[in-house]
Every structure is written in structure tokens, then in C-alpha cells.
Design a protein around this ligand. Structure first.
Ligand SMILES: NC(=O)c1ccc[n+]([C@@H]2O[C@H](COP(=O)([O-])OP(=O)(O)OC[C@H]3O[C@@H](n4cnc5c(N)ncnc54)[C@H](O)[C@@H]3O)[C@@H](O)[C@H]2O)c1
Length: 465
């Protein structure tokens, strides 16, 4: 496994001016509950190998149906059960299974639909190895916990849970049962994100100082989904909550560049502010009748939320969220080091002394076609090996396929997953912390240390091939 260029010791040595501040931030970590009896830390945990991974799906709407199609196509899986509230969704997902191997691979898929509790019956009857949870946010934690209690590894859509108490409950259950619980942060498998991880590990931009992460995606159109579908359950969240409701797509990749929660550094405190809440109410007023349910909501969630995280080492991460304002898609994906910077939308790199053969110094970004050869040279080995296949298999340009492939491959080989349960918890905790900070006028909030101090001995994510 490659070790990161920036070790905790070196960073502290090289930035002694920061040391006092780091200690202060570190000392303000939230108090942690005692580890339950029989529970074990799972930071680098590898579960016993599984030859053929028996997969059950909970929720096969917009996202879960794609997961079904991709997982059904990956060698070493068997889809054994599918559940959703709606029969047509379950049948659509089963259709993806039937298409694989001329109908000879997933031959006994049990179907559950019609009532909200049937996923529990499914877990008891089918005893899957892996459960994919792609349901509305409020169901993530209870479903993940029950899946682990029933003997399955849980793979959960983003965010992992809604409250920090739910995140603690997930961590405790994983530690107690020895079952993985991975939040499926697919963006960590994007070509650019894998490239930047690789370049950070090679020390290309020096010691890492600061990151900027975001989910800026105008999704007001989802309000068209009124009885079922994403907008039907997400819209009330926008009205009733004020903070960063969807932090993990931007934060997950930069947290892994910086090794947050893995040996070098950890999440310390967060401050957060929201802009006024205007866009959703305006959209509802313009597009729906006065007595429509979207015009009955009191939209209190600010359109744009900006949070800043201070790490225990004193580094900073700006995390933004906006699913309302008219503007092109962006995740920022900026990482600043002592020798250069990398950012996205568009993918661009600036290095002190220039990017070889492209720029002369750090005052200009290397980007566009000129950057392609440099990218091809430094692409992450996983992308070099599987990028073409992943692009063909699809799912956000291939990142979803690479993620699904790695999930299955790690289970089959008995290797630690690329994202441990604590990372899912830290990345998701930004929601509650930002809501509390906003409500308290931007007051700093300490991150719960979901690892109970064990992050210091957890291995950084390696460069897997
Ligand atoms: N990682 C990504 O790129 C990405 C993209 C989109 C959505 N998501 C996440 O995926 C999740 C699902 O979002 P979506 O857009 O697919 O929503 P959706 O509404 O299309 O799908 C959710 C499905 O869950 C089903 N469901 C609800 N309660 C259930 C129950 N008790 N038992 C079984 N099924 C139940 C619903 O019927 C629905 O089909 C969310 O957490 C969302 O944040 C992630």
C-alpha cells in the first residue's frame, strides 16, 4: 500500500505556527460515548471472504434500479431479492437481472412489494450477504442497522443517516456485528477524483492545506415528482431544515485526499451559514396553483449553505450546498497544497514551476485537451485498468460501476472496503452540525469522533489497482 506524502509528524514539524491552533481545535472534539461491550473498532476491517455475493435490494427507484443493473452484471454476484413499495419498480429491476447471462445467472430472485415493512421479511427469508439501501433518507439508518443485525453487510446511499445519533447507532452496530456498513459515495470513483487522490499520494502538490467541496446542482424540477419519486420526499426536507442537507458528494473525495479520519488528521469543528431561503418558494409560486401542496410549505432552508471545517491538524475544508439556484453543476473539488492546486469543473491543475509540457508556472491552469496526456500518465491504476469498461457500463460516467465493482471485489477477496463506516459517518455528520451551527448564528460545532480515538492508527486509503 502506498503511504501518503504528508505524514502527521512531518506536517506538524513543517507548520509549527499552526500547532497551537491544532491542539485547540483537537481539544474541542465532542465528548464520545463509551464503546458498547463486545464491539470492536473496524477502521481497517476485513470481513471473511465470500465466494458468490448474494445481493438483496431495498428501494429500486431512480437510484436503486441502476444499482441493480450494475451489480447484476458484475462477476461473482447473485441478486437474490428485490423490495420496493411499488410492483412496477420491482419488476423493472428484476428485468435487469433477467437480461444478464441469457437469464441463467440470477434465477431465483424473490420479489417483495406493496407494504413498507416487507424489506424486514425479505432479510429474514433470504439471508443475503449484501444489502443495497437506496430509499428516502429517513429509512437509511433503521434499514442499515437491521440489515447488519440480520447478518448482512449494508451498503447505503448518501447520506448514511440523518442525525448524529443515527450515525453512532450505525457505527455501534457495525462494530458489534462485524458487518461492514459502507456509505456508497460514488464520486470518490470519478476519474478526476481518483487522479487527484493518486497525485496527492505522489506528493505532486506538496503538503495539503485546504480543500473546497460542493454539491451545486439545480434540482427544482424534482418538485414535479409529487406522489412518488425523489422530489416527493426530498421537497419537505428543503422546507423544514436549514443547513447543508447533502454534503458527501463534494466532501468524500477531498476527505480522502487529506486522509481525514485515517492516521494523519481528523474532522475537528465546523461553522456554517445559510443564505436567505427564496428559490423554492418562488419556483412553487410560479409553477403550481396557490392551493398546491408545494405552496403550503414554509420554505425555511437557505438556498445556499456554506460551511467551513477546521481539522484537528488545523487544515480547512469549505463545503457548499445549493440545489435551488439557477447555475451550472459544480462540485468544486479543489485541493490546495504547498506546491500547487487541483480543481474541477473544469478539471485543472496548477503547479509551482508549471505542469510539465503545458504551463510554465502556477499562475496559469493546465486544462482542456492539453492536460489529457498528463492525466493519462497519472491516472489512478484502477481507472487505467477499468476506466474504459466503467465508462461503457455507465452510471455518472462510470463512477457508479467502479464503486460497485470495488464493493463486490473487496467482499470476495476479504479486503477492507475503500470507505469505512466511520468515513460515511463523518461525511454525513456535516448535515446535523451545519443545521445546529446555522441555528446558533454560525457557532462552531465539534465533530463527534466516531472512531473513539482510533483514527490515529487507521491506515490511509491505499492506491489499489
Ligand atoms: N449517489 C448518487 O449519485 C445518488 C443519486 C441519486 C440519489 N441518491 C440517493 O439514493 C437514495 C434514493 O434516491 P432516489 O432518487 O432513487 O429516490 P426514489 O424516490 O426514486 O427511490 C426510493 C425508492 O425507495 C422505495 N421505498 C421507500 N420506502 C420503502 C420501503 N419501506 N421498502 C422498500 N422500498 C421503499 C420507494 O418506493 C422508491 O422507489 C437517496 O438516499 C438519495 O440521496 C444518490
Amino acid at each position: 500500500m502506498n503511504t501518503p506524502d504528508v505524514s502527521r509528524r512531518n506536517f506538524l514539524k513543517n507548520s509549527s505556527g499552526l500547532a497551537a491552533g491544532l491542539m485547540a481545535a483537537g481539544s474541542s472534539l465532542a465528548a464520545m460515548p463509551a464503546r458498547p461491550e463486545g464491539a470492536q473498532y473496524r477502521g481497517d476491517y476485513a470481513a471473511p471472504k465470500i465466494d458468490t455475493v448474494r445481493v438483496a435490494m431495498i428501494g429500486v427507484g431512480a437510484r436503486g434500479s441502476g444499482h441493480t443493473r450494475r451489480l447484476a452484471n458484475i462477476e461473482g454476484t447473485e441478486i437474490v431479492a428485490i423490495s420496493d413499495l411499488y410492483e412496477d419498480y420491482v419488476q423493472r429491476a428484476k428485468g435487469y437481472c433477467d437480461e444478464v447471462g441469457k437469464g441463467e445467472r440470477h434465477t431465483n430472485v424473490k420479489l417483495y412489494h406493496g407494504e413498507a415493512h416487507l424489506w424486514k421479511k425479505m432479510l429474514r427469508e433470504v439471508r443475503p450477504d449484501m444489502v443495497i439501501i437506496a430509499t428516502p433518507w429517513k429509512d437509511h439508518a433503521p434499514m442499515a442497522i437491521e440489515a447488519m443485525e440480520q447478518g448482512a453487510h449494508a451498503f447505503v446511499e448518501v447520506p448514511l443517516g440523518l442525525t448524529n445519533q443515527e450515525l453512532w447507532d450505525i457505527v455501534d452496530t457495525s462494530e458489534k456485528t462485524g458487518k461492514h456498513c459502507m456509505m456508497m459515495e460514488n464520486v470518490n470513483y470519478g476519474r478526476t477524483e481518483l487522479l487527484y487522490l493518486n497525485l496527492c499520494r505522489k506528493g505532486m502538490i506538496g503538503d495539503l492545506l485546504h480543500a473546497e467541496a460542493a454539491y451545486i446542482h439545480e434540482l427544482r424540477f424534482q418538485m414535479e415528482e409529487q406522489d412518488r419519486g425523489t422530489g416527493s420526499w426530498r421537497t419537505p426536507h428543503y422546507a423544514h431544515r436549514n443547513g447543508n442537507l447533502y454534503p458527501t458528494h463534494g466532501l468524500g473525495p477531498v476527505a480522502q485526499y487529506m486522509n481525514l479520519g485515517r492516521g494523519d488528521d481528523n474532522f475537528g469543528t465546523l461553522v456554517s451559514y445559510s443564505s436567505p431561503a427564496m428559490g423554492r418558494a418562488l419556483y412553487a409560486e410560479k409553477n403550481y396553483a396557490a392551493d398546491h401542496k408545494w405552496n403550503q410549505l414554509d420554505y425555511r432552508g437557505g438556498d445556499i449553505n456554506t460551511s467551513i471545517i477546521k481539522t484537528t491538524m488545523g487544515r480547512t475544508v469549505m463545503v457548499q450546498w445549493d440545489e435551488t439556484s439557477p447555475r451550472p453543476y459544480d462540485r468544486l473539488n479543489l485541493i490546495q497544497g504547498t506546491k500547487g492546486a487541483m480543481a474541477s469543473f473544469p478539471t485543472r491543475i496548477a503547479l509551482e514551476g508549471g505542469v510539465p509540457g503545458i504551463t510554465e508556472n502556477h499562475h496559469k491552469w493546465a486544462q482542456g485537451d492539453a492536460l489529457e496526456a498528463f492525466m493519462a500518465e497519472h491516472d489512478h491504476p484502477l481507472y487505467k485498468r477499468m476506466g474504459e469498461l466503467a465508462t461503457r457500463m455507465g452510471g455518472h460516467g462510470g463512477m457508479d460501476f467502479l464503486m460497485a465493482y470495488r464493493m463486490v471485489d473487496c467482499l470476495r477477496n476479504g479486503e477492507p472496503l475503500d470507505q469505512n463506516v466511520y468515513e460515511g459517518a463523518f461525511w454525513s455528520a456535516v448535515s446535523e452540525l451545519s443545521e445546529t451551527s446555522v441555528a446558533q448564528g454560525g457557532a462552531p460545532q465539534a465533530f463527534p469522533d466516531f472512531t473513539r480515538g482510533n483514527w490515529k492508527t487507521t491506515q490511509p486509503l491505499g492506491i489499489v489497482s
